[in-house]
Design a protein around this ligand. Structure first.
Ligand code: 0GY
Length: 296
């Protein structure tokens, strides 16, 4: 018997994705992906809101090689809470080809932070999405910020469009680079020029430390596969307006999808539709993540 049983109805990642038609440039980084367990080796957190399928480092790095990425940024998933063991183990087996984004609590030991840095962690994630975590007061996040300041780490934030209004003060007060997951989860059935997305664009315009991942068409789209056409104008707007502050990643193994599981090869083929020149694609896939996570 496995230690954990995935949630009923959980959609498992595609075990045999297609080869993308788009050939990724040398040095391309998958800047948003996760590892789940395996649960027998790295237990899922008692406070988790979901139990996923196991999806470990071997499968992640096989996907990296198949799609043509050179590096990964492995983001701590909420099913592991603040126990970063699976993510750190993935980094330690990547031979320098992976960096990490951790979840920590304000009382984390300095020695633990130092070990994480050595393994390749360069950021913490503040997650405000209520179906994934129980919300905490702003002071909690500011406590974490104090702890990571000596390490020079940045902050990755995950919120839904409505949370941006509530957390605007906190998010705009962060003194580090702030990377927003999945464009702040816009409602892509609304107008790209409407007030909701304008608020997000204003965040990035007024705060030059704010970056965005132009990720997850499969999660944001109402029109669905294969084209995820409704997501294109949103992602393209950010890529063209902020070409030096955007990142892209697969989001493998795609937690909590309910309608369909994407083909990761087809997701790579989405990139040329949102970054329409070779220069924009090189900045999105190579230059920006390499500068932010490898410092070069
Ligand atoms: C994502 C999105 C989700 C989940 C998590 O850490 C997580 O559990 O990030 C989601 O359910 O929207 O970025 O993988």
């Amino acid at each position: 018997m496995p230690a954990f049983t995935m949630d009923p109805g959980w959609l498992v990642y595609d075990p045999s994705p297609s080869m993308p038609s788009y050939a990724l440039p040398p040095g391309a980084v998958d800047a948003h992906c996760h590892v789940f367990g395996p649960g027998d080796e790295f237990a899922y957190a008692p406070e988790r809101k979901y139990t996923p399928c196991d999806a470990g480092k071997a499968e992640l790095y096989a996907l990296r090689d198949l799609l043509g990425f050179e590096r990964n940024v492995v983001v701590q998933a909420t099913c592991h809470g603040a126990d970063n063991s699976a993510m750190l183990d993935a980094l330690r087996h990547a031979k320098g080809r992976a960096r990490g984004v951790a979840t920590v609590r304000p009382d984390v030991d300095d020695s633990e932070l130092a070990l994480m840095h050595e393994a390749g962690v360069r950021a913490v994630r503040f997650n405000f999405v209520r179906r994934l975590v129980d919300p905490k007061p702003d002071a909690y996040y500011l406590g974490i910020l104090e702890r990571i300041a000596p390490l020079g780490w940045h902050v990755v934030v995950y919120f839904e469009a409505a949370d941006l209004v509530e957390r605007w003060g906190l998010i705009t007060s962060l003194p580090t680079v702030v990377v927003v997951d999945h464009m702040g989860r816009p409602d892509v059935t609304k107008d790209v020029d409407g007030p909701e997305f304008a608020r997000f664009v204003r965040l990035m315009t007024e705060h030059e430390n704010v970056w965005s991942k132009v990720t997850c068409p499969e999660r944001l789209s109402a029109s669905g596969p294969p084209g995820y056409d409704d997501v294109v104008p949103f992602a393209r707007r950010l890529v063209e307006t902020f070409p030096d502050r955007v990142l892209w990643g697969t989001d493998w193994p795609h937690p909590n999808l309910t309608s369909h599981m994407p083909d990761d090869g087809a997701l790579v083929d989405f990139v040329p539709r949102i970054a329409t020149s070779e220069d924009l694609r090189r900045r999105l896939l190579v230059d920006n993540p390499t500068r932010l996570y490898w410092g070069t």
